[in-house]
Write a protein that binds this ligand. Structure first.
Ligand SMILES: *Cc1c(COP(=O)(O)O)cnc(C)c1O
Length: 408
């Protein structure tokens, strides 16, 4: 590391203390919630056991779902290895709750890219659209909900489900803080008590001290190769919220009549429990890595979002490079700073579902895991990298410094 960079890191260590103290406080509160849920549900070695076949009477699985519900402030939860990832769980939730003729309304603009085919923006015989489920959207205004427009639309009572996406996805908007989400939910409830409010909670868990269902959302969905998996869950996702809706989701994931009663755990119960146990501190490490990145890259002259001292709603950090070469070099630096596949060199590539070439850096223990330090970017102006994760702050910091050295 050159002298100037060393000096900057020293300054960062000093200047970030206040931000890090806030992160530690949230980590403490969330750890307390997890520990209380483990104790309340009397977690013991028997819950690490496994089932095969149909997975009847899997006491570990059923208790894990109670623990998740308690931690998240939900009535019930569905936590399954049969969910491939967040996208699949969102698909199951939407198909479980919507029927032909229903309308789904997104109130924060266009949802995450992988939902395009689910909703039916592109021709797909398996989309919601192919089942005569309508889609409408209301865009954000200045990074916040357009409450008057939303209230006017939902007062008409013919919207079945509202979708709120907490994290930014690949959009250049701010992620939505819980304050904003709570306000919009209250406004909706004044004019409509029936509409189902669903939150895509990916990347948001444990960033704050509460989760959207505790603030009035009916249901929320997230991935276990992101925040709540704590870097230990090998795959899977969760849906949490109202008991009747969880039941619908279970009957869609498995089959009508079987619902939550089936689903073998194939040896993953301990990893899921241990992952949840670690998750508050892993999310805190990811947040500290994001804050460090934001501080360093801003000092080096790049546009970053959020800034190091801004309130965060998720673990994602963006850096605007303004040109392709620096963006690619940064991502390659993140890869070479990883513990796994450090000798691979990621290159911009055509990927299914994306219009532009995409570069993806991820040297992870779990393939595709983005609670581990990872960085990806569509190759288009203004050449923005989306970085997230780090299992420990120390490894996150080392990876980011490697990436910075690569662009200097
Ligand atoms: C990652 C993500 C998803 C999809 O989750 P996967 O686990 O990658 O399938 C959905 N929505 C948002 C906002 C995400 O960040």
């Amino acid at each position: 590391m050159n002298e100037q960079l060393q000096k900057l890191v020293k300054q960062a260590d000093y200047d970030l203390q206040q931000q890090f103290a806030k992160i530690d406080l949230a980590c403490m509160r969330n750890s307390e919630k997890v520990l209380n849920a483990f104790q309340k549900n009397k977690i013991a070695e028997v819950h690490f056991g496994s089932t095969t076949g149909y997975g009847y009477d899997d006491i570990g699985r059923d208790t894990i779902e109670r623990v998740f519900a308690d931690v998240l402030g939900a009535e019930d939860a569905l936590v399954r290895t049969q969910f491939i990832s967040g996208t699949h769980a969102i698909t199951v939730a939407l198909f479980a709750m919507l029927r032909p003729g229903d309308t789904m309304l997104s109130i924060c603009g266009k949802p995450y890219d992988t939902l395009d085919s689910i909703i039916g923006f592109d021709e797909n015989p398996s989309s919601l659209k192919a089942y005569q489920i309508q889609y409408e959207q209301i865009d954000l205004v200045e990074n916040d909900f357009d409450i008057p427009k939303i209230v006017e639309r939902v007062a008409q009572k013919n919207v079945k489900l509202i979708e709120i996406q907490r994290s930014r996805g690949y959009a250049l908007r701010y992620s939505l803080t819980l304050d904003k989400i709570e306000k919009v939910i209250q406004a909706i409830r004044k004019v409509n008590q029936e509409v189902i409010i669903m939150v895509d909670n990916c990347y948001g868990e444990f960033v704050d001290e509460k989760e959207p269902v505790a603030l009035g959302a009916d249901i929320m969905v997230g991935s276990l190769i992101k925040n709540l998996g704590g870097g230990l869950a090998p795959n899977g996702a969760y849906i949490a919220g109202r008991k009747d809706l969880i039941n619908l989701a279970a009957e869609r994931l498995t089959s009508p009549g079987q619902g939550k009663e089936v689903g073998p755990t194939l040896g993953i119960n301990k990893s899921i429990l241990q992952g949840l146990y670690m998750a508050p501190s892993v999310v805190a490490s990811s947040l500290k890595t994001a804050i460090f990145t934001s501080y360093m890259l801003e000092k080096l002259g790049y546009k970053v979002q959020p800034k190091f001292d801004e309130k965060r709603a998720d673990i994602v950090q963006t850096i605007e490079f303004g040109n392709e070469e620096k963006l690619v070099k940064y991502c390659q630096g993140i890869q070479s700073g990883s513990a796994i596949d450090s000798d691979s060199v990621p290159m911009p590539w055509d990927m299914p579902g994306y219009t532009d070439k995409v570069i993806m850096a991820a040297g992870a223990f779990t393939m595709g895991s983005s609670i581990e330090l990872s960085c990806d970017a569509p190759i288009r102006p203004p050449y923005v990298a989306f970085q997230q994760g780090a299992l420990t702050y120390e490894y996150g910091k080392l990876g980011v410094l490697k990436a910075i050295e690569n662009i200097l």
